[in-house]
Ligand binder design. Sequence first.
Ligand SMILES: CC(C)(COP(=O)(O)OP(=O)(O)OC[C@H]1O[C@@H](n2cnc3c(N)ncnc32)[C@H](O)[C@@H]1OP(=O)(O)O)[C@@H](O)C(=O)NCCC(=O)NCCS
Length: 160
Amino acid sequence: MSEELSLVSETYTGLVLQFRLIAVADIPQVMVLERSAHSHPWRQSSFEDCLNGRQKCWLAEHKGVLVGYVVVTHGGGDAELLNISVSPSYQRKGIGLCLLTHAVNCVKEKADMLFLEVRISNRKAIALYEKEDFFEVGQRKNYYPTVNGHEDALLMARQL
Ligand SMILES: CC(C)(COP(=O)(O)OP(=O)(O)OC[C@H]1O[C@@H](n2cnc3c(N)ncnc32)[C@H](O)[C@@H]1OP(=O)(O)O)[C@@H](O)C(=O)NCCC(=O)NCCS
């Protein structure tokens, strides 16, 4: 872990967040948040993959309550943001911004670019990424499943 990585952060609304890596015992609680935040949630095994190896899942807790998490990985000079989720009752309080900043700080010594994919309809996530200097680098047609079919993915990147 980088010595510069701050494990405590304060949102612009004054919420103090504590960051820590996911542990096995956290997975049920993480799955509850994942299902509440996404129309097509990750499987439990995707979080289990974060327990070892390069894929890191950082949890954000406020007063001991899980309020969000971010999953980031790196390799070959690039990094990828794989998941970022904030509990619906804690959204629009600056937690997503703090999680993204934390993810950037985690990988900036290990990679030059941070990439991500987002549903083209996910306006709030795209607004967050644009605010943090991500730009569009491409699209993938019909990449994500929807209730009725598929939708495109926007590929975004920012320099680290
Ligand atoms: C996307 C997500 C992580 C944002 O987290 P958040 O804690 O609500 O975001 P923040 O409060 O830090 O917002 C930061 C900025 O993002 C943008 N933003 C966030 N929510 C927004 C919304 N509902 N509408 C428009 N812009 C929004 C704004 O620019 C905002 O800054 P502002 O509040 O000063 O205007 C959260 O909405 C979420 O978990 N969504 C469900 C899961 C998801 O879609 N993840 C991304 C998959 S790629």
